[in-house]
Write a protein that binds this ligand. Structure first.
Ligand code: SAM
Length: 281
């Protein structure tokens, strides 16, 4: 396990959803609302042929404090939250109790899922900010394939590798590669959910191109049933600022929209998110 990444997530798990953090608006969740994004909800509908998750065994992989685990449990799924952060899982258990739902938790590294989970799940749900922590995509996909029943599906809604290349929009900084080239060490303060949070960190992150993700799934015996790239989403996932447009959607537009310097045409939006649904054959 990468100790600095683990320590980072232990710290964030302790502070997310506390105080003025509206990214993890736990009051809304406890009051019966959902924090699930429209893209994740759409992916779940698609993966279940509109039947929803009722009655399904669902693993929320790298669940963090498990807001979507609670939403899926409320919708009638039997949910197991899996994360390597004990603090995150303790927060999830507390949250589930306050929300009046049952959610099981398992502390595990997502690259080495316990073998007693093999073949148990109808769905593995993993979203937004999971793969950048993973050095070995084959180990991650292989574990997912193992824990799914035949016919079971992975619902992966993840930040697009093009978005992850961009460190800052203004000034434009492109400081990360598109595809895997080993560990990149970053240091900083605060959190994506609370810029002012009193934490300092150094982490290792890994780039994975879209083709690398799909091919890792294929190598693990997971057949692609749906792949979609999104150019808008319901929130600004990295707090890049400035990208929320009048329709309330976040878009990433870089540079000029025309080589004609007198034109004020906005540039077309870049891909910022993808949905991948794969099925265990
Ligand atoms: C950005 S968060 C995921 C956020 C989640 N989508 C949500 O709804 O809050 C990433 C999560 O991955 C977990 N994580 C990172 N590396 C991991 C690993 N190797 N094994 C298990 N969990 C890991 C972290 O503890 C953290 O909870």
């Amino acid at each position: 396990m990468d100790r600095s990444n683990h320590e980072h997530w232990e710290q964030l798990a302790a502070l997310h959803g506390i105080g003025t953090d509206r990214y993890y608006d736990l009051d809304r969740l406890i009051a019966g609302g959902t924090l699930m994004g429209t893209e994740e909800a759409a992916a779940l509908r698609r993966a279940t042929f509109d039947a929803g998750v009722v009655g399904l065994e669902v693993m929320h992989l790298q669940c963090h404090i498990g807001c979507d685990a609670i939403t899926m449990a409320r919708s009638g799924a039997r949910v197991t939250g899996v994360d390597f952060s004990a603090t995150a899982l303790a927060r999830l258990r507390d949250l589930a109790q306050r929300c009046g739902v049952d959610v099981a938790t398992i502390e595990a590294d997502s690259r080495d899922l316990p073998h007693d989970l093999d073949g148990r799940f109808d769905l593995v749900y993993a979203t937004i900010g999971v793969l950048c922590w993973i050095d070995d995509l084959d180990a991650w996909m292989g574990g997912v394939a193992r824990v799914l029943r035949p016919g079971g599906r992975l619902v992966l809604v993840e930040l697009h590798p093009l978005l992850l290349m961009v460190g800052s929009v203004d000034p434009l900084v492109v400081d990360s590669p598109y595809a895997f080239d080993g560990a990149h060490i970053y240091s900083g303060t605060g959190s994506y959910a609370n810029r002012d949070a009193d934490v300092a960190w150094t982490v290792s992150e890994y780039a994975h191109g879209l083709a690398e993700v799909v091919m890792a799934a294929e190598r693990s015996g997971l057949r692609t049933t749906h792949l979609q790239e999104h150019t808008d989403m319901s929130f600004d996932p990295r707090g890049m600022g400035g990208g929320i447009e009048p329709d309330g959607r976040f878009r990433l537009r870089l540079g000029r929209g025309s080589s004609d310097l007198t034109s004020t045409a906005p540039p077309p939006p870049m891909p910022i998110l993808f949905t991948l649904i794969v099925e265990r054959t």
